[in-house]
Design a protein around this ligand. Structure first.
Ligand code: FPP
Length: 232
């Protein structure tokens, strides 16, 4: 396959609909959706994709029914614990994007330990957006920038380079390809700044059914695009 995107970002959508279509409860969809994240991490690694970012839980997802939020958090907590082995086996450096201060203390500790223990792995850079919202990320960035300016920590002009160094994605290249599963065609507050020149790929396939073949289709479609970045 020619022209492999360096960074693929995915909006994982359709867990609930996938489960319902099989006569199962929505939470079964989340369980299978979490399993699929592992499959796609391995597939990305095999295909030579260097960065993968997934939208696991948004700042807006807290408005879901309490029992669904609890079930998702339980799944994510379990996933983060198993991620140490996955990271070791697949040479994965793991980072969490988003405001983790709203998460339970044990989850925050696991995240910090996971980030620290995997920071030198360089095969696949895997970012999990958790309690992430792009507007929230930009506001947090502006607040710390202003604080650093007032304390004299930063001086001089505030240009793009300075601003991006305050984003959760600091040091991570912008996505080349953004995939959204399950038919919806919107960004839903995901990486608004970072997706300025990203190619979009929408598919009707629900996230738990999005396998390696579907990823190859998306990458093939990306390979056929002509990226001009505003030029001709
Ligand atoms: C998307 O489907 C699901 C979510 C946004 C919730 C949480 C995601 C997971 C459990 C995937 C696991 C992620 C990791 C990193 C392990 P939906 O519920 O919005 O589906 P619907 O649109 O059909 O209702």
């Amino acid at each position: 396959m020619n022209k492999i995107p360096e960074h693929v970002a995915i909006i994982l959508d359709g867990n609930g609909r996938w489960a319902r279509s099989k006569g199962m409860p929505r939470n079964y969809g989340h369980t299978m959706g979490a399993k699929n994240v592992e499959t796609i991490c391995r597939a990305c690694h095999n295909m030579g994709i260097r960065y993968l970012t997934v939208y696991a839980f948004s700042t807006e997802n807290w408005t879901r029914p309490d029992d669904e939020v609890k079930a998702i958090m339980k799944l994510l907590r379990h996933y983060l614990k198993t991620c140490f082995t996955l990271a070791r086996d697949n040479d994965m450096c793991v980072k969490v994007l988003g405001d983790i201060s709203r998460l339970d203390e044990d989850m925050r500790e696991t995240i910090l330990r996971l980030e620290e223990e995997t920071k030198d792995y360089g095969g696949l850079h895997f970012q999990i957006a958790l309690n992430y919202g792009s507007r929230d990320e930009m506001l947090r960035a502006v607040r710390s920038l202003v604080a650093d300016r007032e304390s004299g920590k930063i001086t001089g002009e505030i240009d793009e380079q300075v601003f991006v160094s305050y984003l959760d994605t600091k040091g991570i290249p912008d996505p080349d390809l953004l995939i959204r599963t399950s038919g919806e065609q919107r960004l839903s507050n995901f990486l608004l700044w970072q997706c300025a020149y990203t190619e979009f790929y929408f598919t009707d396939v629900h996230w738990p059914a999005f396998d390696e073949k579907e990823l190859e289709k998306a990458v093939k479609s990306y390979g056929e695009r002509n990226r001009r970045y505003g030029g001709i």
